[in-house]
Design a protein around this ligand. Structure first.
Ligand code: NAX
Length: 352
């Protein structure tokens, strides 16, 4: 494992240093990012390092990637050093999960195996399942007992479920899959259609799975304090093009860029984490896929499902109850719920 420590600490600064003993001050957030040489991480790490998320709290960044990616990791570490971020106190990196998950407060699980040509969805679920079983087990052993886990690597809802089931000593509530990019996409599209600024669009919940069955909830959205349906006044668009554009946005970006969303995905992670660590404004919510146990909407328990959430600012959250569903939304929520139950069935045998 590599490490660098800055800010005049006594420890050695070599990129190859394996053992460094550092006394950490209190108020330090330890954050691990997996898939650290990937394209999302290349944006994400620098935004975390800049202090954008945790203000003036010191940060220790742990960078995990697969064995064989050491050179790439070293390059990223050098660039982090060259940013001279005042709050970035320490960086560790390598492919030793146990070392890198040790005592982390926040685990951003970005790395995942991509879907190969001709690969069945079930095979992708199982291949990635193996990764998240291992990562869940190691978090269970060595992470902070209140670690918050945000899974980005796809299929993220079921990967988060596997990690959660593999970590029986950690609170199930602490596991999230990222729906925030979907929320941001939906809000931006409503703003463009209405010809309003994004600041006028209320946060919008995206229910269910981060997949083409996700359900962006336009009936509970507002624009400039009025119902979005009133302002846009085009139900055909809201139930048709709006829905499918948000659901298929990821694929459209791959087609245009030749690569999947990266900067906007990293931005989604940043927004997600900020929402957990700042009080949610009264009367609003943010989208996150969280454990459905005991949810107030009657979604089947034991899956990771996109819900409206609010936080008191300490990293925890509650599901916001009582958002009404019309029949159009409810029908689609049942479809995304069914998809998640089928994904669960595919991987259930991997649970501890
Ligand atoms: P890249 O292909 O650029 O990087 C993937 C990284 O994961 C690499 O560093 C690779 O070494 C690492 N990796 C591969 N197998 C691994 C394993 N077994 N254990 C740990 N790390 C492993 O992908 P990138 O564009 O960064 O995307 C990462 C993940 O995010 C993908 O699964 C992607 O599908 C997913 N996304 C999720 C989004 C969401 O909203 N939840 C949106 C964007 C993105 O599509």
């Amino acid at each position: 494992m590599g490490i660098f420590v800055q800010m005049g600490r006594k420890a050695a600064k070599s990129l190859h240093q394996v053992e460094v003993f550092v006394t950490l001050g209190s108020g330090m957030k330890r954050v691990v990012v997996t898939g650290a040489t990937g394209q999302i991480a290349y944006s994400l790490l620098f935004r975390i390092g800049s202090g954008e998320v945790f203000g003036d709290e010191k940060i220790a960044l742990h960078l995990y990637d697969l064995p064989g990616m050491e050179k790439g990791l070293e390059g990223v570490v050098m660039e982090l050093q060259d940013c001279a971020y005042p709050f970035l106190e320490e960086v560790r990196y390598g492919s030793d999960l146990k070392e890198l998950f040790s005592e982390v407060d926040l685990a951003l699980l970005v790395g995942a195996k991509p879907r190969g040509p001709g690969m069945e969805r079930g095979d992708l679920l199982k291949d990635n399942g193996t990764i998240f079983v291992e990562q869940g087990r190691v978090l269970n052993q060595v992470a902070s007992r209140d670690v918050k886990v945000v899974v980005v690597g796809n299929p993220c809802n079921t990967n988060a479920l596997i990690a959660m089931e593999s970590a029986p000593n950690l609170p199930r509530k602490n596991f999230h899959a990222m729906m925030r990019l979907d929320q941001n996409r939906a809000m931006a599209l409503l703003a463009r259609k209405a010809g309003r600024s994004i600041g006028e669009v209320s946060p919008l919940v995206v229910w269910g799975n981060h997949s083409a069955t996700q359900v962006p909830d336009y009936p509970n959205a507002s624009i400039g304090g009025h119902s979005a349906t009133e302002i846009i006044n085009d139900l055909t668009w809201l139930q048709g093009e709006f829905l499918t554009t948000v659901q298929k946005r990821g694929a459209a970006i791959i087609q245009a860029r030749g690569k999947s969303s990266a900067a906007s995905a990293a931005n989604g992670v940043i927004d997600h984490v900020k929402s957990l660590y700042n009080p949610t404004p009264e009367g609003t919510w943010f989208s996150s896929a969280v454990c459905s146990d005991g949810n107030p909407y009657g979604i089947q328990e034991g899956i990771i499902f996109g819900f409206p959430c609010r936080s008191s600012g300490d990293g925890s959250y509650e599901i916001v109850p009582h958002l009404p569903w019309n029949s159009f939304i409810e029908e689609r929520i049942r479809v995304t719920e069914k998809e998640l139950l089928e994904e669960k069935e595919c991987v259930e045998e991997m649970f501890v």
